[in-house]
Structure formats: C-alpha cells, structure tokens
Design a protein. Sequence first.
Length: 279
Amino acid sequence: MSDLTPHQSKALKIDRSISLTANAGSGKTFVLAQRYLEIILNTDTSLNQVAAITFTEKAAGELYKRISVELDMLFFSSTNINLKQRIEKIRKQLVSAKISTIHSFCIDLLREFPVEASIDANFIPINERKTQELINLSIESSLRDMLKSSREESDLKLLVRLLGSKANLIKQLTELIGKRKTILSLTEIFYSLSVSEVARQFFELFNSGFKQVFENDIPLLLSHLKIVNEKVLESGSTNELAFKVKKILDEIASKDDELAILQTLVDLRSKILTKDGSA
C-alpha cells in the first residue's frame, strides 16, 4: 500500500462510489486489486458479495492473479493471527470469486435466476463462430423462402445480378446484420423521407465529404500541375495537350460547384495520366 500515489490512495476509499479515468499503464489493475482487498479484508462483506468485472478474459485473469499474489504476500508478511486466518479462508474461496468478464458475470446471473429470466436453466452460451454459423443458416433459410414468392423471387434475382453472385449477396447481408444498429438508425433517418428528400440529403453529404477530403489536396494538386504545364508552354512547345490542360485548369479555377469541379477533374485525369492511372 505504501507504493500508492495520492490519486491511487483516494481510489481505495470504499465509503463512497467513485468513477475513475486512467491511461494505459497507470496501474488500473493494481489499484482495482487493492480496492478489492480493502473491501474483503477490512469490512464484513463476504467474497460472494463483491464483483470485479472486466472487458476481456486476459484482464480478468490478470486481476485474479494480482489479488492472489497480494493475498499471499500479506499472509506471509503478517504476524496477526486473526488476519492470517481470514486470509486463509479467503484464499480457499477465491476460486469461486466473481472476478470475470461482463459476459461471464451475466451468464452466472442467468444461471442463478433462469426462471426469472424466462430461459432454460441448461442454456449454453454460443461463441462467435457458432453465431456466424447461425446467421448464415438464417440468411440461407430467408433466401429459400423468398424464392417461393414470385414477387420476392424477382427482387432476389435482381440483387444477385447487381452484386454479381449469390455468395456476394450473402456476404453483404452478413455485414448488414453485423452493423444492424447503424443500418436501423439510417433506416429511421432516410426511409421516412420522400425520394427527393433522400436525394437532397445524400447530395448534401456528398458536398460536405467532397469539401473535407479535397479542400486542401485539390488546390495543391492544381498548383503543381499549373507549374509543370507552364514550363512546357514556356519552352515554346506546340504540344496540343499542354494547351488543353491549360484550358481545363482555367475552367476549374472559375468553378465553385462540386459536381462541375469533379467532372472537370475527370477530364483532366484523362489528359495527364495513362489508362492504368500512372503519370
């Protein structure tokens, strides 16, 4: 405890609820282990009334190991018989301590109260691989059902043609399921609008994105192109391409519409780059 910083010492005050923010490597696991020990050693709280929850299995394992090591160190360094007996009891119970990930903690709760949660007491949590398998099976089943409907069959065939294959369609549907929160949010935003309103919103998004991406890069590109092209023209060259490039550069300078600028850039690209996109 003597190696704690002032801020870490404040985090061990268990007479109040606290919320902390800490950077990587600042000793979060160490402080959490000390706070855990502070509760189970210096209060009447039993081990099964304390929960230490982390995001990953690795973090939970590190926390469990830290608590175990700290208990061992305290046991061998203490001369207090009562404290040693309490530590010995805690060490025996530590294997069943609620030091786990959020998922494991929730699973334990559901196993303890299956009736209240309206689930089978013998449920088995599925892993990510099994989840993906179930999603694929669900998509396959839905596609088969769609093929049974003449109207939906035509829509399905259109999607397959647009995406190139049935495999690509399944891949896209899988990604949409993975991003369903975002998709549902976009659905609420756009599907409640008319076609013209949706088109206007997307056009505004395009203009905004265009300005963010090209606001600095395009002027820099055009200034460099202008310098190179002027050098070509100053050499007395009768290069027709140089005159065409100059005309396009002059046109861009006079435009303020994003679509018009983009179209002119496409025209410029065909003049200054080869077919494979190299200079």
